[in-house]
Write a protein that binds this ligand. Structure first.
Ligand code: C5P
Length: 225
């Protein structure tokens, strides 16, 4: 395919380490994902430094607050020209509508559905009935009708979401290359499987970033796509 869908998650506490790893693999990935931890530690300065590498930036900030505050946060990060920003779909329709309205023209705003750290026990404890899959599908539908560009979902859900939201921009993390590090993980989805199921963006962190040879790891994943 013409555009590399791999976004490397730069989950490093030190800016210099993040920058060094990103520069090394830059030729084999399509973008860089910076999370809340990075943003809280390094702020706009850190994003500017990473942006110098020349790849699109995904700000995974998972914003969740009242609509006015989320819209203000979106406006405040506008100068960073992120390609992708996340908000929590659980923040509701007005929040998502206002987040999208406040985003730059070229910025994809995607909704986080259900964090994979939560199980059905956690859902019940927070007053959410039903199962996790139904909750993901419900929030995907809400994100779509609120005008977002897409959602974040697991490799197990992407096919179902893709079938009901054909042009949804679907961001899939938690991937493990076949036979690679943690490739023996039960029910792991490979980058290729996720792409074939309809993923627009493949988020890969540790399998590249923590590999002994990050360039070889990135190249190997790229070759499967
Ligand atoms: O596991 P890995 O290091 O590849 O994770 C890549 C990124 O995807 C991390 O930044 C992590 O926070 C994010 N992630 C996520 N939801 C998951 C799994 C991982 O947002 N279910």
């Amino acid at each position: 395919m013409s555009t590399n869908p791999i976004y490397l998650a730069l989950d490093f506490p030190r800016l210099e380490t993040a920058e060094a790893v990103a520069r090394k693999v830059a030729g084999h990935i399509g973008g860089l994902k910076l999370g809340l931890e990075f943003f809280c530690a390094h702020g706009h300065h850190g994003v500017h430094e990473i942006a110098k590498i020349g790849l699109p930036i995904f700000l995974d900030l998972k914003l969740h607050d009242i609509p006015n505050t989320v819209a203000g946060a979106m406006q405040a990060i506008h100068v960073l020209e992120p390609a992708i920003v996340t908000v929590h779909a659980g923040g509701g329709r007005a929040m998502m509508e206002d987040a999208k309205a406040a985003a730059g023209e070229h910025c994809k705003v995607v909704g986080v559905t259900l964090l994979t750290s939560l199980d059905e026990g956690d859902m019940t404890a927070t007053g959410i009935g039903g199962n996790a899959h139904d909750q993901v599908m419900r929030l995907a539908e809400l994100a779509q009708s609120s005008g977002l560009d897409g959602i974040v979902c697991s490799g197990h859900e992407v096919a179902a979401v893709h079938s009901q939201w054909k042009d949804g921009y679907l961001v899939v993390p938690g991937l493990r290359p076949a036979g690679g590090a943690m490739g023996d993980q039960k029910r792991a989805v490979t980058p290729r499987q996720a792409r074939d199921a309809g993923a627009s963006v493949l988020v890969v962190g540790r399998p590249i970033a923590r590999a002994e040879d990050p360039v070889a790891a990135a190249r190997a994943i790229e070759a499967t796509l």
